[in-house]
Design a protein around this ligand. Structure first.
Ligand SMILES: CCCCC/C=C\C/C=C\C/C=C\C/C=C\CCCC(=O)SCCNC(=O)CCNC(=O)[C@H](O)C(C)(C)COP(=O)(O)OP(=O)(O)OC[C@H]1O[C@@H](n2cnc3c(N)ncnc32)[C@H](O)[C@@H]1OP(=O)(O)O
Length: 238
């Protein structure tokens, strides 16, 4: 119970800009800014019936604590520009030399910046015992690739976000080192799919997470992927 509680706090902390967790780079405290308050993982009028149905089914599974609903915010990660700089200098010192700090103030999570129903609509759930993150995802009309199909880059983005969430819940500050994707069937535009990720093993700073994308009835396997995440080491100059 304690473990799952800690994992939950960790997950929610990571997804809310690590509020409530140790933030060695952060110099500010105080109330969260306004954009933290809208949780984009909650039902919207633009959601399809399938999306809403799956959301309700997973919320039911959350009632006994086996699954946890992960909130999702369209935020800049930090409350003040000094925090952004401190984070990047601490974890990504090489990149920091090339980053325009003023532009950073406009930074947003790109999957949360389309109008409702047009881009990425998704909600994630976490099972601590099974080390699984499931994402219910509906790719809107602005994510078209081949006519009538979801763009492969949009699928890759959501796979990365799902396995990335799993990695962050497990180890905190991580980056994708490798993402290997097999596109097996085209995903129909505006259909709802399930992205199932599984934390397979952790070896030192390396996290191996596998993933598949399936239709809601689980009859079609659209995509399979494996990933490698590396826990960032502030001692290293990446
Ligand atoms: C992202 C977290 C930030 C926290 C923020 C908190 C909240 C965020 C909120 C919301 C976000 C929600 C969800 C997440 C959404 C999306 C996730 C997106 C994540 C990304 O989209 S992120 C962008 C793309 N990503 C990069 O831009 C990485 C560029 N890259 C590097 O920055 C370095 O490459 C790094 C740091 C990865 C490693 O560098 P390093 O110096 O620390 O480690 P090193 O190289 O020593 O490797 C250690 C051991 O891993 C092995 N190894 C390394 N790479 C390998 C590979 N490719 N294949 C096989 N093995 C590999 C080595 O062989 C060695 O193995 P061994 O120890 O056995 O020798």
């Amino acid at each position: 119970m304690l473990r799952s509680c800690a994992a939950r706090l960790h997950a929610v902390g990571a997804l809310r800009g690590l509020r409530g967790c140790a933030r060695p780079w952060a110099r500010s405290s105080g109330p969260a800014p306004e954009f933290f308050h809208e949780d984009h993982s909650l039902p919207k009028p633009s959601w399809s019936k399938d999306m809403r149905l799956l959301f309700d089914q997973f919320m039911k599974k959350c009632e006994d604590g086996s699954w946890i609903h992960l909130p999702s915010y369209n935020y800049t990660l930090f409350q003040r520009s000094q925090d952004i700089s401190a984070f990047i200098h601490a974890y990504l010192p090489t990149a920091s030399k090339l980053i325009n700090e003023e532009k950073l103030l406009q930074a947003k999570i790109f999957t949360r910046n389309f109008e409702d129903g047009l881009g990425f609509e998704y909600v994630m759930f976490y099972n601590d015992v099974e080390k699984r993150v499931v994402c219910v995802f509906e790719g809107g009309p602005y994510l078209q690739g081949m006519p009538g199909c979801l763009h492969g880059g949009a699928i890759a983005t959501m796979i990365d976000a799902t396995v990335g969430t799993s990695a962050m819940i497990a180890e905190g500050i991580v980056m994708t080192a490798n993402l290997n994707i097999n596109f097996k069937r085209p995903v129909p535009l505006c259909s709802v799919v399930l992205i199932n990720s599984q934390l397979d093993k952790i070896e030192g700073r390396k996290l191996f997470i596998s993933c598949n994308v399936q239709s809601v009835d689980e009859k079609t396997l659209y995509t399979e992927a494996t990933s490698l995440f590396i826990k960032l080491d502030p001692e290293k100059q990446v």
